[in-house]
Design a protein around this ligand. Structure first.
Ligand code: FAD
Length: 465
């Protein structure tokens, strides 16, 4: 097939009436809205965007892309910073029409279509006072976030998203539809929990639910110049705090709108974003050792709120269409020299949306070992992300320089590898470093389920024979 338009025409001809979803090519009016992903820095032009409505539809598109030798990308929520939900001159399987959500409050499970975003899931489970761990933004896709691991507000108490994944329905590179759980295809089930989109298209996920209704949550902000002192206190506090308390350390800027007081708008801060599962008295007691050991904050905005509201709290700050350049690393310890470097780079954020987060990954995330799932860094205590963000294309260089410079400065104090969901296109060595001893086993599973590496628009695991 020589032109991008001809791939869409061929798909319409060959899949035609047997395909219940949408097929969108570059000449279709819907292409302009359907093509862009969340990160506006990613400018790719697929030859075909297919929106299946069932696993059978998905299998047809997989077969079409494979048989025509076309590059194939899978799009869940489209949030991936490296733009792994799209591909130039190839086929995008956009799962956004696979939105079915079934909550079973008695069994404490939720079955979720492969194209859901987290806000949809949180709203449905929240009606029953239940939740499963995800991230910190409601617009992120269930698919990408889960398959890469899933770090968020509930990590310390309930584990990673993958630690609550009971089963997945998967369309393989062969077009075959299979179930992966502890009993059926256990090697695939192991690999899906951290191995990203390498093994097939997940058309539905089954998650365990936890009793999480109202949480006591919100930020505490201090002056950005106090960041070193706050980070040192946070480091000494969080790993011994009760699991019910999650709190990630952040450098950022106060958003210019409600509910923040006007005098703080756009002011750089150092801070902690909390989420406590329990009552207000328990939250106050759990946070007290940190708050007693630190100066009076600029703002302590902790209050009861539905878990789903917390998940949506940053959505307005980070809409689709900003430029994103981010780097990441896992961290075991934060020595004083690293605290000093954080203070230097944190204060130098180039734009108000740029931010650095240290997500705790201890507590329940440490209940599994490094080889229990594909997600290797069970011995790390934090996931650090250095995110340069801005709506202005003119600032792309500035945000990239800051993120790269910050990560490179702190890398000597890291555990070596990074969280795959917060990496850019950084080369095969970084992918190996993300999986460490699990890489070879992942390569063998890849060799079983996708020997031709059809699913390679991802942090790619090369198949071994
Ligand atoms: C604003 C923002 C906030 C974020 N916050 C968090 C956070 O709190 N915690 C966290 O852990 N991560 C977070 N992330 C990172 C996020 O986990 C990754 O960007 C992830 O890749 C997004 O998933 P997606 O489905 O939206 O991505 P997409 O771009 O749609 O897909 C990314 C990759 O996932 C794979 N994929 C997606 N869906 C499927 C599927 N159903 N079957 C097979 N493969 C699939 C594809 O291979 C693709 O390569 C955040 C990202 C952004 C932009």
């Amino acid at each position: 097939m020589s032109t991008t338009a001809s791939a869409a025409e061929a798909a319409k001809r060959e899949l035609g009436s047997g395909f219940a979803g949408e097929l969108i090519g570059p000449d279709d009016a819907a292409y302009g809205e359907a093509s862009p992903v969340f990160n506006a820095m990613i400018d790719r032009h697929p030859a075909l965007i297919a929106r299946p409505t069932s696993p059978e539809d998905v299998a047809k598109v997989v077969n079409f892309a494979r048989d025509h030798g076309l590059p194939l990308a899978i799009r869940g929520g489209g949030h991936n910073g490296a733009g792994l939900g799209t591909v130039d001159d190839g086929v995008v399987i956009d799962l956004s029409l696979l939105k079915d959500i079934q909550v079973d409050p008695d069994a404490r499970t939720v079955r979720v279509g492969g194209g859901c975003v987290w806000g949809e899931v949180d709203a449905a489970t929240g009606e029953h006072g239940l939740a499963t761990p995800s991230g910190i933004i409601s617009t992120t896709g269930v698919g990408g976030l889960t398959l890469g691991g899933g770090l968020g507000h509930l990590t310390r108490k309930c584990g990673l998203a993958i630690d609550n994944l009971l089963e997945a329905e998967v369309v393989l590179a062969s077009g075959e539809q299979v179930t992966a759980n502890a009993d059926e295809n256990p090697d695939l089930y192991w690999a899906l929990r951290g191995g990203g989109g390498n093994f097939g298209v997940v058309t539905s996920f089954l998650f365990r639910l936890h009793e999480v209704g109202t949480v006591i949550a919100g930020p505490t902000f201090w002056e950005v110049e106090q960041g070193g002192e706050i980070l040192a206190a946070y480091r000494d506090f969080i790993l011994d705090a009760p699991r019910e308390l999650n709190g990630f350390f952040a450098y950022g800027s106060v958003p210019p709108g409600d509910p923040f007081p006007e005098e703080l708008h756009l002011r750089k801060f150092s801070g902690i974003v909390w989420c406590y599962i329990g009552d207000e008295a328990g939250a106050a007691a759990a946070m007290a050792p940190l708050l007693d050991a630190t100066p009076e904050p600029l703002l302590h905005g902790v209050q009861p709120m539905p878990h789903a509201a917390l998940q949506g709290a940053f959505d307005g700050v980070y809409p689709k269409g900003d430029q994103w350049y981010w780097r990441a690393d896992f961290v075991k310890e934060i020595p004083d020299e690293a605290v000093e470097l954080h203070a230097k780079w944190g204060e130098a954020m180039p734009t108000w949306k740029s931010t650095m987060h240290l997500y705790p990954i201890d507590g329940a995330a440490h209940d599994l070992s490094s080889s229990d799932t594909a997600w290797s860094y069970r011995d790390a205590n934090w996931g650090a992300v250095f995110a340069g963000v801005d709506p202005e294309p003119a600032n792309v260089e500035a945000i990239g320089e800051w993120s790269r410079g910050y990560q490179e400065a702190l890398h000597p104090y890291s555990a070596g590898g990074a969280y795959v969901n917060m990496m850019m296109d950084e080369g095969q060595d970084r992918v190996r470093a993300a999986y460490r001893d699990n890489y070879d086993r992942l390569a063998r599973v890849k060799g079983t389920y996708d020997p031709g590496n059809l699913f390679r628009v991802n942090q790619n695991i090369e198949p071994s024979k």
